[in-house]
Design a protein around this ligand. Structure first.
Ligand code: NAI
Length: 646
């Protein structure tokens, strides 16, 4: 039975059991409606507890039902029936109560949660707004401003925050179900959320200010703008009118292109490791070594520490070691301040540092994040070959270099793999798992499991210059340079990318990250003869005069007091290079920019796919959305191109 009823004294316990996440599927909705009737009709029942079996409360709608016609009973009707019941209903929340799950809980008359529970309305992330009363009930339980932030931001809140805010009535201190039953016994009458006044309704000014702030972050995502509007109606209109308008907005968005794109990426992210090797038994991982405590090393060390691993950081000298370790501690401190690390001391106790590689003799996995230089990486791997256990996995975080060549210095190359993290590594979700030719199958399984243990999305990639993401990025960066030669300005390219939905354009991005790393890479490629005809020298010339980006106050733009201003110097270098290349440099329309950037992206992506570097078009979309800020609501470059092409 998807929904069952037991009794404990005079309290009925209605349990949803719909693995894996108790999604509010048709069977669940029908079962709940029946449970309302049965408990209302049962003279031996005074109150009801709504609970879920398995690892979580209702974690949302059944996304597989989204592309089907709506099936009765609809969730708003089920929730209305619960809210209208004459006997009090208590929601007992564990795991996550998300979307329809939280709406269901808000339709109950009382709520109690496990201390580790999280609650939220993340519908915007699937291109929707809540469709079962979320925008109307939430601001009747918590401050309207918080409701707005939760619904437009789509991020869940923790149980303690929910308690302070008024979303739940209690946090269970021992057994959730027993305490929910006690709460049900304590309350003789229902208490209906919709009968509450809006919380903080008098401060309309603060609400409007928050709404305006959020609107600035919308970029092109329709669902966020719609969510802001819906909460606005939930706060201002009579409840029944707001509910009807919310449902209409939900239904309109459900069949929108953006919702389809967001569903595509949602499923694509869950399918990246559907590889037979990922199902094999992984090697055990507990002790991790990280070589190099620079930008990436610090993030990688922090990511592992935050997820319960023991980590030893190795640097080349005491000064670099101290600098790296200090930055790890600073990263952990700031996470702890934001409530993300309950026991900072315990986390720090798992962190160790050393100069001598001998400290890695019992490591299960070592990741190198030293300079992007083949000789240095080979030396590091050769040392690791001598000091580590024979079955320890040795990984490189290289951005572009040949992982096969790095693996070849080992006596057993089957234990080498690329683990390409993104910066900052403790925040960014993407992990490219780069598989050299000789890689052992259980090394693939271990890397796949590791990506999950770190809370990341692992994508398998073959070996090539730049793997999936950096290779595609190099291609569209080169196209951006060609746009300059053809008449566009850096500002025009960046504005067009922002208008498309990127948070930042390619030139602004380079200024932020620093132009010097890519310069070094181009010099290497030139030396290796990998760059030929049509090479555009603008970026090299900027580097030659020390314009490395924000860190030097100048790059593609002049950076004055935190503002990026178009630069005369850059424009004149562009003009000179146009002349050298005998380009006409015609006036360029901003609407001509994106088709060329996207064209370059998809051409390279098709090549990456054809060569078997990426397993699927979906994997490419996941990489570009999660590593390169491709607008999620467009589904990734492959989805966007294929949708546009019909
Ligand atoms: P970085 O220059 O900030 O850090 C490198 C660190 O390695 C330095 O602290 C240096 O002292 C240390 N080091 C150098 N040789 C060493 C050795 N033999 N033994 C021990 N430590 C040594 O460089 P970053 O940016 O952290 O990059 C590291 C690697 O990660 C490179 O391969 C880079 O391509 C890759 N990467 C960089 C990303 C980024 O956004 N910066 C993103 C993804 C990968």
């Amino acid at each position: 039975m998807t929904v069952s009823i037991d009794t404990q004294g005079r309290v009925a316990i209605v349990t949803i059991d719909n693995p894996p996440v108790n999604a509010s599927s048709q069977a669940v909705r029908a079962g709940l409606l029946e449970a309302v009737t049965k408990t209302e009709d049962d003279p031996d029942v005074d109150a009801v507890v709504l609970a879920c079996a398995g690892r979580t409360f209702v974690a949302g709608a059944d996304v597989r039902e989204f592309d089907l016609p709506l099936m009765e009973p609809h969730l708003p009707d089920v929730i209305a029936a619960i809210e209208a019941a004459s006997k009090p209903w208590v929601a007992a929340i564990h795991g996550t109560a998300l979307g329809g799950g939280l709406e269901l809980a808000m339709g109950c008359h009382f709520r109690i949660a496990d201390p580790m529970a999280r609650m939220g309305l993340p519908e915007v992330n699937l291109g929707l707004v809540p469709g079962a009363g979320g925008t109307v009930r939430l601001p009747r339980l918590v401050e309207a401003e918080l409701a707005l932030t939760m619904i437009a931001g789509g991020k869940p809140i923790l149980a303690n925050v929910a308690l302070t805010a008024g979303l739940i009535d209690a946090i269970a201190t021992s057994d959730l179900l027993d305490e929910a039953v006690a709460l049900a016994v304590e309350h003789a009458a229902p208490r209906r959320t919709l009968e509450n006044a809006v919380v903080g309704a008098s401060d309309a000014e603060a609400f409007d200010k928050t709404a305006t702030g959020l609107r600035r972050k919308v970029r092109g995502q329709e669902s966020i703008a719609a969510a802001i509007d819906a909460v606005g109606r939930g706060v201002r209109l009579p409840a029944d009118e707001a509910l009807a308008a919310e449902r209409a907005a939900f239904l309109a968005l459900k069949s929108s292109d953006q919702a389809r794109a967001l569903r595509h990426i949602f499923f694509a992210e869950r399918a990246t490791l559907a590889d037979p090797r990922a199902k094999l038994t992984p090697r055990p991982l507990q002790r991790i070594g990280v070589i190099g405590g620079g930008t990436m090393g610090v993030g990688i060390v922090s990511a592992f520490l935050m997820r319960g691993f023991e980590v030893t950081l190795i640097e080349r000298d005491e000064a670099s070691l101290h600098a790296g370790a200090d930055r790890v501690h600073a990263t952990l401190d700031s996470s702890a301040k934001r409530g993300l690390l309950p026991d900072l001391d315990a986390v720090s106790a798992r962190f160790d540092t050393a100069i001598d590689y001998a400290a890695l003799s019992d490591a299960d996995l070592v990741i190198e994040a030293v300079f992007e230089d083949m000789e240095v990486k080979k030396q590091v791997f050769a040392r690791l070959d001598q000091v580590t256990k024979p079955d320890a996995i040795l990984a490189t975080n290289t951005s572009y270099l040949d992982v096969n060549a790095i693996a070849a210095v080992l006596s057993d190359p089957s234990r080498a793999v690329g683990l390409h993290f993104f910066s900052p590594a403790h925040v960014m979700k993407l992990l490219e798992i780069v598989l050299p030719g000789a890689v052992a199958e259980d090394v693939v399984a271990t890397a796949a499991k590791l990506s999950k243990s770190l809370g990341k999305i692992g994508v398998l990639s073959g070996v090539c210059d730049g793997f999936i993401g950096n290779r595609i990025m190099s291609a569209y960066r080169a196209e951006a340079d060609r746009l300059l030669i053809d008449g566009a300005s850096p500002d025009q390219v960046d504005s067009a990318m922002r208008a498309y939905g990127f948070p930042i354009g390619v030139f602004e991005m380079q200024d932020l990250a620093g132009l010097d790393i890519a310069w070094a890479m181009r010099k290497r490629r030139l030396a290796e003869g990998k760059i030929s005809g049509g090479y555009i020298r603008i970026a090299d010339r900027l580097c030659e005069i020390g314009r490395f980006g924000r860190k030097t106050g100048a790059g593609w733009y002049d950076h004055v007091d935190g503002t990026a201003l178009p630069s005369e110097v850059v424009m004149s270098i562009i003009a000179e290079e146009r002349q050298t290349m005998e380009a006409v440099g015609k006036a360029f329309a901003t609407e001509d920019v994106m088709p060329r950037i996207l064209g370059a992206m998809t051409r390279e992506a098709e090549a990456v796919l054809a060569e078997g570097i990426a397993r699927s078009a979906e994997d490419i979309d996941v990489v570009m959305v999660n590593g390169y800020s491709f607008p999620r609501w467009k589904g990734g470059p492959m989805f966007a191109a294929r949708s546009a092409g019909g």
